[in-house]
Design a protein around this ligand. Structure first.
Ligand code: OGA
Ligand code: ZN
Ligand code: ZN
Length: 389
């Protein structure tokens, strides 16, 4: 995966510009790859990377976009350095040079808005093969290992980290390789075991159906770590389900249910003696490209529902249909987490759960913490050398 990325970058360096065609609003560029793409003049002017337009140290934008004439058009434009540079001169004499490779990377005409991350792959137990996994030592001690780990989290939405000593404090060390720990009302880190005075069903021995954690927060934690320290109890098998794959299947079988779930908010709430944390959000949230960005699904944390009368019918039907697909055996990846293994997953995509266990048959103890996705994706981009203009 990472190897492929490097090849792709090399190809970017070889891209050149073949021809330019100007209109009043945009410059149309034909690249050596055959791609043809339009760029607004205003966009080209705003993306001048000279020291007057972008700060050379912070790379922040200095040029005031809103002082640029919205009808601006370059006085002259040409290809230089054997077509690898687009050179523009603006009506006030300001000059801009932009590399062909940068332009093709940022071409937006008819393209998806990009976040610079590898493509995700939807999975079911039928196409997944081996569970994606990494060795703890590789993640802790090498950049390659860390890159592979975060790439798996992005592509599959989970990774099993193996051979992390089953001791307190280790999962935090692992998670800090990815980014800052995310604090919540369960604490910066937490122990999942059957407890005498639970404020959460996870802290009992009952079955936990597949869910996403903390949908009742404005921003539910992105990456969740659960490190198995002890497991002698019978039962308690783990489940992971690709919530995007499930939603995609639902979209094909029942487009109305899918649309309703992207539109009607679910009312989520956590309440105990100290907290009353509520947030409303659709169970399937889409991004600007119309692609899935987030799943929020946790029936136990669903508050008294509120919606228009017709939407009340629709949200019950939508969630029932999603749940039916979610619980099909082909979507449920089941396995027993072993002491020393860490189950790490994208909590806003991959749902997790566990079977009931018998607390009298032996201990079961997991240690958990969270890191947000922005931290993880940032680390991946930096490891790939993408952190520049
Ligand atoms: C949790 C949870 C699963 C487990 O703590 O959020 O879902 O395997 N735990 O105990
Ligand atoms: Zn400039
Ligand atoms: Zn959970």
């Amino acid at each position: 995966m990472t190897h492929l990325k490097k090849e792709e970058e090399k190809m970017r360096d070889q891209v050149s510009l073949k021809s330019l065609t100007a209109s009043d609003m945009a410059l149309s560029i034909e690249f050596s790859t055959g791609l043809e793409s339009r760029f607004h003049w205003l966009w080209l002017r705003e993306n001048c990377h000279c020291a007057e337009c972008h700060h050379p140290q912070t790379w922040e934008r200095i040029v005031d976009t809103f002082k640029i004439d919205p009808k601006i058009k370059a006085k002259s434009y040409e290809l230089t350095s054997e077509g690898t540079i687009l050179s523009l001169t603006w009506p006030d004499g300001h000059k801009t040079e932009i590399k062909a490779g940068w332009l093709i990377d940022h071409a937006y005409d008819g393209h998806r808005v990009s976040n610079g991350l590898p493509e995700i792959k939807y999975w079911s137990t039928e196409n997944l093969g081996e569970r994606p996994s990494v060795e703890a030592a590789d993640v802790l001690d090498s950049e390659e290992g860390l890159k592979e780990f975060i790439t798996q989290l992005r592509v599959y939405g989970f990774s099993i980290v193996k051979n992390l000593a089953p001791e307190m404090g280790k999962v935090e060390e692992l998670a800090k390789r990815v980014g800052y720990l995310r604090d919540t009302h369960f604490g910066i880190d937490f122990t999942v075991e059957s407890k005498p005075d639970p404020n959460n069903v996870a802290y009992t021995s009952v079955e936990l159906k597949a869910h996403t954690d903390l949908p009742n927060l404005e921003s539910p934690p992105g990456i969740q770590f659960l490190h198995c320290l002890q497991f002698e109890a019978t039962g308690g098998e783990s489940i992971l389900v690709d919530g995007f794959a499930v939603a995609d299947q639902l979209r094909k079988e029942n487009p109305k249910a899918y649309d309703d779930l992207t539109r009607i908010p679910v009312n989520y709430r956590f309440v105990d003696k100290e907290w009353d944390l509520r947030w409303n959000s659709p169970a399937i949230r889409l991004d600007y490209n119309g692609e899935m960005e987030e799943i929020r699904y946790h029936n136990a944390l669903t508050a008294t529902r509120e919606a228009g009368f017709d939407d009340m019918t629709a949200i019950y039907e939508g969630l029932r249909a999603y749940t039916e697909v979610l619980r099909r055996p082909e979507f449920e990846l089941k396995f027993k987490l072993e002491p020393g293994e860490v189950m790490v997953f994208h909590n806003r995509r991959v749902l997790h759960g566990r079977g009931e266990f018998d607390p009298n048959s032996g201990p079961r103890m997991l240690r958990g913490c969270y890191v947000d996705c922005d931290q993880a994706w940032s680390k991946l981009r930096v490891l790939q050398g993408m952190n520049h203009l």
